[in-house]
Design a protein around this ligand. Structure first.
Ligand code: PMP
Length: 402
């Protein structure tokens, strides 16, 4: 893929070695077109949205609202009003937990998540369950890191009001069969939130076909600025939601006696948003669309399979997460070495991987490990980088054994 030229950051050396960035599941790098878009906004039309009659404000508003349409088309939502701009995945889940959860959950109700969830799809539900007396239920996984569908099916009942589940595990790389899970949930009248933080940068998303009720993702993992995120809300769900935060933009009229609210999505976007960020998100999506998600997916699968095969030849390596349907994320351990030590050694060779619990502590408890080393690949990575990484791993293993 001829894309390296678009990422200035990747051209640098770290510790005297060409940078190899394998921490894409944490955040992705930004192509020059996104950086240029931010520069252009701040250099030429920085202004607040939805408020001014002046030229700059109108231009900023137009571009900001265009971003909403681009997102709508990108995930194939039916209407642009179904797209709520947030700060990220975490913010989106908290929004649903508060705006929908507080209204629709009570004693005897259940929220079903899975054992592989990120903390941001656990803690907001614990908080809301505490407030509403609803119960948090966890669907188990098997040792390969796959959700056990039969167990999931048993746990969905008339008590289940919401299933909130990740599309792709950031730690294991498991791609969950969300279509099937949504079908099971809907048969039982439960609503479904899909955490798309790890899927949106790698898979074609069609929320209508998926038929989820809520879908959340972060801009920063999709080559867009930090502090941007998207919450898709199926139109029907809006009538079950109350505003989560009050302030400017989310209102129609305010008097001390009574306030009337703006219509969605603005009703859920109180305050000045990350205007530049969302204009950058539009540019990032257009960039991804130019390459094509099908091309991205197959390229990354090849990278993953190449790395996985090569790593499998190293006897000291133990993989955490070996699901049959897996994204380009490899979590692993090397003998008894602590992942931090391995990460530090690889950093000396210019290789950036992630180490730790990856905000999935309950999952680490399940595997009875403190954390993993994680390499996650993107379309701007290459087989050559993986070859260097494998050599570096072997060198580290030798050094650790010495
Ligand atoms: N869910 C998953 C699966 C993730 O990978 C992440 C980020 N690691 C999040 C949620 C949280 O995303 P953010 O920090 O961008 O809100």
């Amino acid at each position: 893929m001829n894309v390296r030229k678009d990422f200035t950051i990747l051209k640098q050396s770290v510790k005297g070695q060409p940078l190899i960035y394998f921490d894409n599941a944490a955040t992705s790098q930004k192509p020059q077109c996104v950086i240029d878009e931010l520069n252009s906004y701040y250099s030429h039309y920085n202004s607040n949205v939805h408020r001014g009659v002046h030229y700059l404000s109108q231009l900023a508003t137009e571009k900001y609202e265009q971003a909403r349409v681009v997102v709508q088309q990108f995930i194939n939502a039916q209407y642009d009003r179904e797209i709520v701009f947030t700060k990220g995945t975490t913010d989106g889940i908290n929004l649903v937990a508060n705006a929908w959860g507080l209204e629709n959950l009570g004693e005897g109700d259940e929220v079903l998540i899975s054992a592989m969830e990120h903390h941001s799809n656990i803690v907001p539900w614990q908080m809301i369950c505490q407030k509403t007396a609803a119960k948090l239920v966890v669907a188990p996984i098997d040792e390969t890191g796959e959700l056990i569908i039969a167990e999931f099916e048993k746990l969905v009942s008339s008590k289940t009001k919401l299933v909130s589940i990740t599309h792709i595990s950031n730690t294991l790389g498991t791609i969950n069969p969300v279509d099937k899970l949504i079908e099971i949930a809907h048969k039982n009248n439960a609503k479904v939130l899909i955490d798309g933080a790890q899927s949106v940068p790698h898979l074609n998303i069609d929320v209508q076909q998926m038929n989820c009720d809520f879908f959340v993702f972060s801009g920063h993992k999709l080559f867009a600025p930090t502090g941007t995120g998207v919450l898709y809300v199926k139109e029907d769900r809006y009538k079950e939601m109350s505003p989560y935060q009050g302030g400017g933009d989310m209102i129609k009229d305010v008097a001390f006696e009574k306030t009337t609210y703006n219509s969605p999505p603005h009703k859920f976007e109180a305050g000045t948003p990350n205007i530049a960020g969302f204009i950058g998100l539009k540019s990032a999506i257009e960039y991804v669309q130019k390459i094509g998600l099908n091309n991205i997916y197959s390229y990354e699968q090849n990278l993953h399979n190449f790395a996985f095969d090569e790593m499998s030849k190293i006897s000291e390596i133990r993989f955490i997460g070996t699901a049959s349907n897996k994204a380009s994320v490899i979590s692993f351990l090397v003998g008894k070495t602590h992942p931090f030590d391995l990460g530090t050694l690889l950093d000396q060779l210019g290789i950036a991987i992630r180490t730790g619990h990856h905000c999935t502590q309950p999952l680490m408890d399940l595997y009875k490990i403190p954390g993993t080393a994680r390499a996650s690949f993107c379309f701007y990575n290459s087989e050559k980088e993986i070859e260097f990484f494998i050599k570096a791993l072997k060198r580290c293993i030798k050094m650790l054994a010495a």
